[in-house]
Design a binder for this molecule. Sequence first.
Ligand SMILES: C[S@@+](CC[C@H](N)C(=O)[O-])C[C@H]1O[C@@H](n2cnc3c(N)ncnc32)[C@H](O)[C@@H]1O
Length: 332
Amino acid sequence: MVMAKAGTIDECEEAALPQQQSVAAIYRGYLDGAAPAEMTDQVTGADSALQLAVWSHAVGDRDTAHACAVRAAELDPAREFARLLVRFTAGPGAGDVYDSPAAFQAFIRGGGNIALYEATSAALRRAHRRHSPRRILDIGAGDGLALLPALDDDAPHVDVVEPSADLLTHTRDALRDRGISHQVWNDTVQDFATAHPDRQWDLAQSTFALQSVPPHQRPAILEWLAQHTRTFVLVEFDAPEVPEPLAPDWFGEFLRRVERGVREYAHDRDLVGLGFILPVVLGKFTTTDRTNHEQSIQDWTAQLRAAGFAHVTAHQLHDYWWQPAHAVEAHH
Ligand SMILES: C[S@@+](CC[C@H](N)C(=O)[O-])C[C@H]1O[C@@H](n2cnc3c(N)ncnc32)[C@H](O)[C@@H]1O
């Protein structure tokens, strides 16, 4: 019995070997400056076909991206990421994922996001109770899924900055329906900060939104925050910069995590996968068209200190399929 089991593992390892070799060969081609279309004969299985598809997509070679996605889906019909990538690479590409936000809204209301958002709202609520703010600013509040459950009936005044008009309408309507004093701005935080040099808040917060601000604009936003709020609560993923996302180890792990992520959705898997998960995760491989620019929690805390917050603490909030989410609290 033990022998039979060991034999099965050996067979699997033998089958995996050409896969690993072809993923490594494609990565070497990438490092050596090859074009992805020159590497198609290296594909031996779904992993290498997906690696080539993702690389081709990142450099704008849509034909090779689509052909390789089709190949991956043929080689392993059970791969949901491959099936979705076939559809994604056949289409016109994604627009802003928050401009037509049905996919984003379904995404945050399903799968692992249910527990993640419960933990996020609870962290915000705890911070509100600890600091008893009279004025709160929420940056990039989306449709309020994290913000609204954090507010008690005797909530303080809430200001909201959110560039997606559609998402902002949801938040504004919910605040109005609950009778919570509020003001909303349909703006990016960059434009809002420029337009409001004098306003002050007791507590500012931002959940999964400051990753949308490009890295070179971030220090100025964090400095503006340090000058305009006593306390700042940030919830973000701990996502260290990946120097080479096509490298075999990281890419293999990426495939495993994204497969798990898309499978957390059932009837709305295509909506969520095509409209949110794929455009966001594929952005990891390109320097243009990125919807977000994640970084490690260590970098967030260092940048908050450099911006002028004297005390910055962080703790892990929730282990999520993409990366663990952390709550960071900064104050003077
Ligand atoms: C992942 S969603 C998070 C939304 C909400 N905070 C939540 O936790 O559900 C990112 C949000 O950031 C917003 N956003 C994108 N760029 C922004 C910017 N430059 N300034 C402020 N918000 C931004 C998006 O419109 C979107 O609502």
